[in-house]
Design a protein around this ligand. Structure first.
Ligand code: GYE
Length: 304
């Protein structure tokens, strides 16, 4: 199992584990923290050789990267799947090559038989928590909401939308407009600019599927002469540093955490799977949520 491993870089057990990691891209602060966590866990000191690919959020490029890992004969493949659908063929190819696949972060719609395990967050619950805050804040009041969705077809965009809608059912909150901002700051800004033009003076609430899009939207709201957090209340998901700072500053009103520090747990699972140990089909990592006051208390001690 030392294919491609540089000479003299043997791990503690004398056998370097070569892992191909197909990352989504570099769209957000969450993603940077996740990549860092993975690189640290799959280090040479820990006995790994990491073959890293970031697909720039192009699902076809990500599948091609996984195929190239199979051709290279890596020991294991880790994927943060950009979208849920379209994985059956390449996962079957990995299974045929007897290379175990471990998923991290996002989920796939393919059968559980086609991968060893998954570790990540409960995106639906994150959406629910965000929606519960919105209902507590606005209640029966007639409230016009706009939504910045994550990447279309991605598990977090699907599940965060679903969980939120479930939570606001029967409340006074209605959706004026909902569009993808691809989890990026730049698109969060341009899509929000469009919302502000089409619905001038009407928007009470923004639900952003991640902090980066909320931060882009804040720029657009301020450029329109409005006060984010007051004229338009904002709820988002991730709790990355810049998002937490905007929450402390009162520009965002509530953030639901999504923990990106998954590297160590993924590395442990890779070892267990390669050792033939039995693992669960899914491992959920716990999330918290923060008001402005709570963010102020913890912001200096956050690892990302
Ligand atoms: O919320 C977003 C990132 O898949 C949970 O992807 C992840 C999401 C995260 O781009 O910021």
């Amino acid at each position: 199992s030392t294919a491609g491993a540089p000479a003299g870089s043997d791990g503690a057990d004398g056998d370097v584990i070569t892992v191909g990691f197909a990352q989504t891209g570099a769209e957000s602060g969450w993603r940077s923290a996740n990549t860092e966590s993975m690189r640290a866990a799959f280090s040479a000191e820990n006995g790994f050789e990491l073959v890293f690919n970031a697909a720039d959020n192009d699902p076809a490029a990500q599948i091609a990267a996984v195929r190239s890992f199979i051709n290279q004969g890596v020991d294991a493949i880790v994927i943060a799947p950009i979208v849920e659908d379209g994985w059956d063929d390449v996962l079957q190819e990995a299974a045929d090559a007897e290379i175990p696949v471990i998923l991290e972060d996002r989920t796939v719609s393919a059968s559980e038989d086609l991968y060893a395990t998954w570790v990540g967050l409960d995106f639906r619950k994150e959406g629910q928590t965000a929606g519960e805050w919105a209902v507590e804040t606005f209640g029966d009041e007639e409230t016009n909401m706009v939504v910045l969705e994550g990447t279309t077809g991605s598990a977090p965009a699907n599940d965060r939308a679903e969980g939120f809608l479930e939570a606001i059912e029967g409340s006074g909150i209605t959706t004026l407009a909902s569009q993808t901002g691809n989890f990026t700051r730049a698109e969060g800004k341009t899509v929000m600019e469009g919302f502000l033009q089409a619905h001038a003076g009407e928007i009470d609430l923004l639900y952003a599927h991640n902090d980066d899009m909320a931060l882009g939207a804040i720029d657009a709201i301020e450029a329109a002469g409005l006060t984010p957090g007051e004229d338009i209340q904002i709820v988002s998901i991730d709790a990355v540093r810049d998002g937490m700072q905007a929450l402390v500053d009162g520009k965002i009103n509530f953030i639901v955490e999504c923990n990106p520090m998954l590297g160590e747990q993924v590395a442990d699972l890779v070892r267990q799977v390669l050792d033939g140990e039995e693992v669960e089909p899914a491992y959920f990592v716990e999330d918290q949520s923060f008001t402005s006051e709570q963010a102020a208390e913890v912001i200096d001690t956050r690892p990302y």
